[in-house]
Every structure is written in structure tokens, then in C-alpha cells.
Design a protein around this ligand. Structure first.
Ligand code: SF4
Length: 259
């Protein structure tokens, strides 16, 4: 069995109601090409198995068959609720061959498929290997300024914004932008109004604002990592409203809060 026949997974979350319609199982792929300083799934960043501070292993290699055996246990719930399977991470597109084979296996079973992506992938490969078997895409847009993107995610945003634009032309499925609200970084008025203008230019009518969740700091402790972003409190309602206002002042879009 070759490396492309197996996928490195760090978590499988059943009974999820946040990652798409209906009852879902979310598969968390290990490895991400970005390195956001606020990453809420830090155990998913490295594309290799690693121990936590207690010596427990994070990351398990699965074949498509092994993973499907786990996922099919919840098929009755998917079918009765309009749910399905969501590929998340980390970044599922980093393991493009495996992700594509998994999506094909899910579609052969008639299961709804969704992807949560940071958008940094090779577009032509994605279009060929994953897009035909996807029903829904959540596409993160974090920072509109290229220098900010390099500073806070470790990568230019050029490929991400270009992939988003190309996807809107090619995809015949919903592509829903998600904006993570990271106080002091993505929540600046310049960033939010810039993203609103970008989405408006693309005719996007809805997006999801994802308020900051500080619970990830506990995970860093378990991994023995010193955080580069240290806010420990949830966003206040006033802070969240200010973000919504930045959009509504500069764009006629509808906004949805996702908590
Ligand atoms: S794209 Fe997501 S998983 Fe990757 S580093 Fe950023 S927040 Fe973490």
C-alpha cells in the first residue's frame, strides 16, 4: 500500500451539528500548509504523527476502507437527518489523493459530503480529484491584505483568493465563505471591509462570521507549545456586533453568526 492509499487523521468527531447540514461526522486531516498564529487545531498542523506531553500518539494512518468502516456506522443518522461527512483539519486538500478516494467512496454510498478548507491548494488537482464528489464547501477567508496574511498565517493570500474566485466559476455546489474573527488581527475594520468588498465583487450574498474561541489554549498546553496568540477570553457581544457593522456598512450582504 502506497502513501497515497492512506490518510493521516488526528480526530473523527461524530454527532457534529456545526460542520454542515444534519447530523454529521467530521474527519480531521493532519497537516496544514498554513500556520495561523491562532490555530484552534494545533494538533492538526504537522503532517506526521506526534506525541502529546503525556506521550499519547496524535495522528493515525487509515486506508479508505478502514475509514469508511468507521463512517458507515452512522449512515442511518446521515440519511434520516440530511447529514453526512465533513472533511476538515488541518487541511484535507493537503492529502488530495486520499481525500479524493474517500469522497468517491462516500458518494458511492449516497452520503452527503462537505469540505472545510483554508483555500491554499493546487487548484487543477483539486478540481480533478475532489470537486466532482463534493456537495458543499466552507471556504475560509482570513485576511485580505497580503502582508498581513504572510505575517499571521505564514503564507501569501494570493493563491487563496484566486482559488476562491476560480471555484465560484467552476463549482455547481454551494461555496460558503467563512471569516474567523480573531480579535486584533482579522477583526480590524480595514480587513473586514476589505473582505466584504471582495465578496461583494463576486456577487456573494451570505457569509459566516466565526467568533474567536479561546479553548484552543488548553490544547497547546497538552502539546507543550507556547502560544503565539494569547487572548484567553471569548469575544463580547459588543465586539461581535462591531464586526457585523463593518460588513453592513460596506456591503449589502446578509451575515450569519456561527458560534
Ligand atoms: S488554516 Fe486552519 S488548521 Fe491550518 S493553521 Fe490555519 S487555523 Fe490551523
Amino acid at each position: 500500500m502506497g502513501i497515497d492509499d492512506r490518510g493521516l487523521i488526528f480526530d473523527i468527531k461524530r454527532d457534529s451539528s456545526e460542520d454542515g447540514p444534519g447530523i454529521r461526522t467530521t474527519v480531521f486531516f493532519k497537516g496544514c500548509p498554513l500556520s495561523c498564529i491562532w490555530c484552534q487545531n494545533p494538533e492538526g498542523k504537522k503532517f506526521l504523527p506526534e506525541p502529546d506531553v503525556h506521550g499519547k500518539r496524535i495522528g493515525t494512518w487509515y486506508s479508505v476502507e478502514e475509514l469508511m468502516y468507521r463512517l458507515l456506522q452512522d449512515k442511518p443518522f446521515f440519511m434520516s437527518t440530511g447529514g453526512g461527512v465533513t472533511l476538515s483539519g488541518g487541511e484535507a486538500t493537503l492529502q488530495m489523493d486520499f481525500s479524493g478516494k474517500l469522497l468517491q467512496a462516500l458518494k458511492r454510498e449516497g452520503i452527503h459530503t462537505a469540505l472545510e478548507t483554508g483555500g491554499f491548494f493546487r487548484y487543477e488537482s483539486f478540481k480533478k480529484k475532489m470537486l466532482p464528489w463534493l456537495d458543499l464547501i466552507y471556504f475560509d477567508i482570513k485576511l485580505i491584505d497580503e502582508a498581513d496574511s504572510k505575517q499571521y498565517t505564514g503564507r501569501s493570500n494570493k493563491r487563496i483568493l484566486s482559488n476562491f474566485s476560480r471555484l465560484l466559476s467552476d463549482a455547481e455546489i454551494p461555496v460558503i465563505p467563512r471569516i474567523p474573527l480573531i480579535p486584533g488581527i482579522t477583526t480590524t475594520k480595514e480587513n473586514l471591509t476589505g473582505i466584504a468588498a471582495f465578496l461583494n465583487d463576486h456577487g456573494i450574498k451570505t457569509c459566516e462570521l466565526m467568533p474567536y474561541n479561546p479553548l484552543w489554549l488548553d490544547k497547546l498546553q497538552k502539546l507543550g507549545i507556547t502560544p503565539r496568540y494569547r487572548r484567553t477570553s471569548f469575544m463580547t457581544p459588543a465586539e461581535q456586533q462591531a464586526c457585523v457593522d463593518s460588513f453592513t456598512q460596506h456591503s449589502p450582504m446578509e451575515k450569519k453568526h456561527a458560534n
